[in-house]
Design a protein around this ligand. Structure first.
Ligand SMILES: [Zn+2]
Length: 514
């Protein structure tokens, strides 16, 4: 087995460039400041992708901020909560729905909020700042020396954008026959969005040459064995007749069907990019070692982009852990950022998104004006062969299907989409026991227009389109502890494998499958 480590010097230089001073020092700059809710409204920072010039203006703190879980029992209550959230520009942690909704509120505003929204509520996170330092960027530098993609140590920590990009580049370099670097385009701040396309075509050619050689040797052994039997009247060995793993491999196609997977549409949902990079790693290292993975990688092209909203993700590491949107300017100079997952072009701005540029759910001035959804949509249209799509988010543990914009409409493929989703959620649960609810965005959350899966299904022609909300169910919310990265990755990978296998078996009529 090959040992893959990022050169330590390179990795450290990447991190040092991004964080010229330890985080603790940066925090000291803002310690003691009275934090009010207003201070957490989106603030404009110079659009810079050269982090070396970061002036260490400070990483946002969240002292005395709480996450409150509100119980909503009717549509009337939901509308009231929606209006209050919009009016006070509160940070919704979970989606609006009848059921429970999580909202981040400064302690000082709790009483006023409860007066406006007198529904039953519980405090999920009493002091948000208590959870933030565990994921402080500087703490991860030490782990750099031990990154190793084969023993899972890389998935013991969250990683900044440079490190995740380094992971992708390393996969491309180390497995040139299996992995192709796939560029999606460039963001407002000039960062490249890129990922990996994983397919067994070239690698299989090499393996077939090797297998031919093995088969020749096996034939010789068989001949020798029958000669032995003829001479001495009994079989000396049964091993030569045992079936061989991978003896008759499926042949990859030059124009296979594709599955597109990405994380990080929403910047603060760090578990997404971590899980998505793990999925890539498992497909790559599993090829040739696992019969199931080998077959799937031979038959599908997996295009995997760990982080889509790279500007926003970088911003969560450098300025504000709670940033959700991208970093494009809006009509209000001090409220940058479009919610990429409200900006896709199917039934854009028809409900469940905000027209207020200062809102975290701002849908943008027109569909696809946000660069991130546009680049994925263009990629899918251009490829014409995409049959599966998963957009990873957090949190709530949901495996969601179309539609989100139009709640009176059911996809014509609903039965297959649901069956595949239920199977994926079951495969996921079988790993560590975590339950994921399955259903349309409309059914299990609430109306949300401009979301990715609606567009990929209705306009992109991707039959199996999903949005998945990963762990947890609210105990830590976006600040999922690092020791949950690996189990979350393992279970999610099982779900993805199930889904790909389901598509392979169900869609034989596409005439591609063997
Ligand atoms: Zn999200």
């Amino acid at each position: 087995m090959r040992l893959l480590t990022i050169p330590v010097a390179l990795a450290l230089s990447v991190l040092c460039t991004a964080y010229p001073q330890p985080l603790q020092q940066a925090n000291n700059n803002v310690q003691g400041q009275q934090i009010t809710f207003d201070s957490f409204r989106p603030q404009h920072h110079p659009a810079s992708h050269n982090n070396a010039n970061n002036d260490n203006s400070g990483y946002a703190r969240f002292d005395d901020q709480q996450v409150l879980r509100v119980e909503v029992s009717s549509m009337e209550e939901l509308k009231k909560l929606e209006a209050t959230v919009e009016d006070k520009n509160l940070d919704l942690w979970s989606n609006l729905r009848i059921g429970t909704v999580d909202v981040r509120i400064p302690s000082s505003e709790i009483e006023a909020f409860k007066a406006a929204i007198p529904f039953p509520s519980t405090v999920m996170i009493p002091n948000l700042q208590d959870l933030v330092p565990d994921q402080a960027p500087a703490l991860n530098i030490q782990a750099a020396s031990s990154w190793n993609y084969t023993d899972d140590s890389f998935w013991k920590n969250y990683h900044d954008l440079s490190t995740l990009n380094n992971f992708t580049e390393t996969m491309v370099q180390q497995f040139p026959d299996l992995v192709t670097r796939t560029s999606m385009g460039f963001t407002h701040e000039g960062r490249e969005v890129f990922g990996m396309t994983i397919h067994g075509y070239k690698k299989r050619q090499e393996m077939e040459a090797m297998e031919e050689l093995v088969e020749e040797v096996e034939e010789l052994v068989e001949e020798a064995s029958s000669w032995w039997s003829w001479m001495f009247g009994s079989s000396s060995s049964s091993s030569s007749s045992e079936p061989k793993e991978l003896k008759k491999p499926s042949k990859p196609k030059k124009h296979p069907k594709a599955i597109v997977i990405h994380g990080g549409q929403h910047a603060r949902e760090w578990i997404g990019p971590a899980v998505v990079s793990y999925i890539a790693k498992e497909l790559i290292l599993g090829y040739g070692n696992s019969k199931k993975i080998t077959r799937l990688v031979d038959q599908f092209e997996f295009t995997i982009v760990p982080v889509l909203n790279v500007d926003g993700y970088a911003y969560t590491w450098e300025h504000n852990r709670m940033w959700r949107k991208n970093r494009q300017p809006t009509s209000i100079p001090f409220c940058p950022g479009i919610d990429p997952n409200r900006n896709w072009g199917y039934k854009f701005a028809t409900g469940g998104s905000s027209a207020n540029p200062c809102s975290d759910a701002y849908h943008g001035s027109e569909a696809f004006i946000a660069k991130e959804p546009k680049m994925i949509a263009d990629y899918i249209l251009k490829k014409e062969n995409v049959v599966g799509y998963i957009d990873f988010h957090s949190y709530s543990q949901l495996w969601m299907t179309p539609f989100g914009a139009d709640c009176s409409k059911i996809p014509k493929d609903d039965e297959d989409i649901m069956e595949a989703g239920m199977g994926a959620a079951k495969a996921l649960k079988d790993v560590h026991g975590k339950k994921f609810a399955v259903g349309s965005v409309c059914k299990i959350i609430y109306q949300a227009s401009g979301g990715s899966l609606d567009w990929t299904y209705a306009e992109g022609g991707v039959k199996y389109s999903y949005a998945v909300e990963l762990r947890d169910t609210g105990r830590h919310g976006f600040l999922l502890p690092e020791d949950e990265i690996l189990p979350s990755s393992e279970e999610t990978f099982a779900g993805v494998l199930h889904l790909a296998n389901f598509i392979r078996k169900r869609e034989k009529q596409w005439g591609y499958w063997m």
